[in-house]
Design a protein around this ligand. Structure first.
Ligand SMILES: *Cc1c(COP(=O)(O)O)cnc(C)c1O
Ligand SMILES: [Zn+2]
Length: 407
């Protein structure tokens, strides 16, 4: 079981008891979980365990295994992307981390599952989230399994199917007439005043821990070798930051070699790319995008909570930041589908489009081991691509007519 030593401020390093708290009293910095990891962890510690992310339970912030709320998320396929690699110009060691096959069809089952488990452990009476779409269902599904009420705060204009999915799990859905940042602000105040564990706000220290399993799994699936380069989509930046933390922990535990040569690319959609803009301007200031405009709605966070920390990670890890337009995103979705048989939502299209750009610009070596994170399922956002798909008109079920159509 994960033994939490404290919550520590990412800025001033002040340590706190692991209570219901998420910002530093001194400097308002975010708090991170600090552990006493057991000393007997080896590569083979995990091998024979259940094939979900709770196989790493010693490294996650839940003290008592009975409090784990699991839908068997994680341990998703790391698929060799041979056909995509050829299509992109002869990449030989391309891997796709296919996190679109989680129980609610996005990587958000990782952070939501950990936060809801922690809510159960700390006996909170309700949970919720501010969501760009996918977190809503991930939180609602885990809340259903934990028999906790769940409150979703999300923009009213996200994909209908994501709303339908979240409502099906029994959540209360507050459809905010505004942006994600508006929903986030409301959720933050309501969460604190009503004692609701908002997984990505007042439970954020625990929430972010779930996503570091995206690093653990990739390392284990590569036989504990460190890849050369990671392509990661960025909304709030929590996932990118957590993946870096995950690799650092594995190195500190002696499970992987040095990570100083690891390269990280942050991928954002044009129309909501505040981190990419800051990186390209070599600025330390992430200027919020007031009205995000992109088909990649799950990345439409104008004021990314971890934006500054993504910038720091990029500087630390030979980083690159790049954006993709709506058309490039759609191309990315279709290339991935047609070469690898994987259907992703626009966030995944952003990863592929940015990967393609970097290869074209010679920023990725053809021999590099590249892992591209595909974080959400295409079935959740079909309206993004219908306009470019062939229009069908129904034909009579007559063999001659149909036969004439098939060349
Ligand atoms: C939320 C989300 C992201 C971005 O994660 P952050 O932690 O907000 O950076 C990426 N892809 C998908 C599919 C998402 O739902
Ligand atoms: Zn502080």
């Amino acid at each position: 079981m994960g033994i939490i030593q404290s919550l520590q401020c990412r800025e001033c390093r002040k340590e706190y008891e692991p209570r219901f708290r998420y910002v530093c009293e001194e400097c308002f910095g975010p708090l991170d979980v600090i552990y006493n990891f057991p000393s007997n962890i080896r590569k083979n510690t995990f091998e024979s365990r259940e094939k979900n992310y709770w196989r790493y339970f010693e490294l996650l912030p839940i003290a008592d295994k009975n409090n784990i709320v699991s839908l068997n998320a994680g341990f998703t396929p790391l698929q060799q992307g041979n056909r995509l690699g050829i299509r992109l110009g002869g990449m030989k060691n391309l891997f796709i981390k296919n996190d679109s096959v989680n129980p609610t069809f996005s990587f958000k089952d990782r952070p939501a599952g950990v936060a809801v488990s922690r809510a159960k452990e700390t006996k909170l009476k309700a949970v919720g989230c501010a969501s760009t779409g996918n977190l809503a269902s991930a939180t609602a599904a885990h809340a259903a399994k934990a028999a906790l009420p769940c409150y979703i705060f999300a923009p009213s204009d996200i994909e209908n199917i994501k709303i339908a999915q979240a409502l099906s799990y029994g959540a209360e859905y507050v459809a905010v007439d505004g942006t994600y940042d508006d929903a986030n602000r409301v959720a933050s105040v309501i969460g604190d005043s009503k004692g609701i564990g908002i997984v990505n706000i007042n439970m954020r220290p625990y929430y972010v821990e779930g996503s570091k399993t995206l690093a653990y799994e990739v390392a284990e699936q590569l036989n504990w070798h460190v890849p050369d380069h990671l392509i990661i989509p960025v909304g709030s930046g929590a996932m990118l930051n957590a993946i870096c933390k995950g690799f650092e922990e594995l190195h500190n535990l002696g499970l992987i070699d040095s990570i100083t040569n690891l390269k990280i690319t942050a991928a954002q959609p044009h129309g909501c790319a505040p981190v990419v803009d800051a990186f390209k301007k070599k600025s330390d200031e992430v200027i919020p995008v007031e009205k995000p405009e992109t088909i990649a709605k799950s990345l439409a966070i104008g004021d990314p909570g971890d934006g500054l920390y993504v910038l720091r990670r990029l500087r630390q890890y030979n980083g690159i930041a790049e954006e993709a337009t709506n058309n490039e995103i759609i191309d990315g979705i279709l290339i991935l589908a047609k070469t690898e048989g994987l259907f992703t939502e626009p966030a995944g299209g952003v990863s592929i489009a940015v990967l393609q750009k970097l290869v074209e610009e010679g920023k990725i070596d053809r021999d590099e081991t590249v892992v591209c994170y595909i974080t959400g399922n295409g079935l959740k956002a079909t309206e993004a691509i219908t306009s470019v798909l062939p229009k069908l008109s129904a034909v009579k079920p007559d063999v001659q007519t149909v036969s004439a159509m098939i060349r």
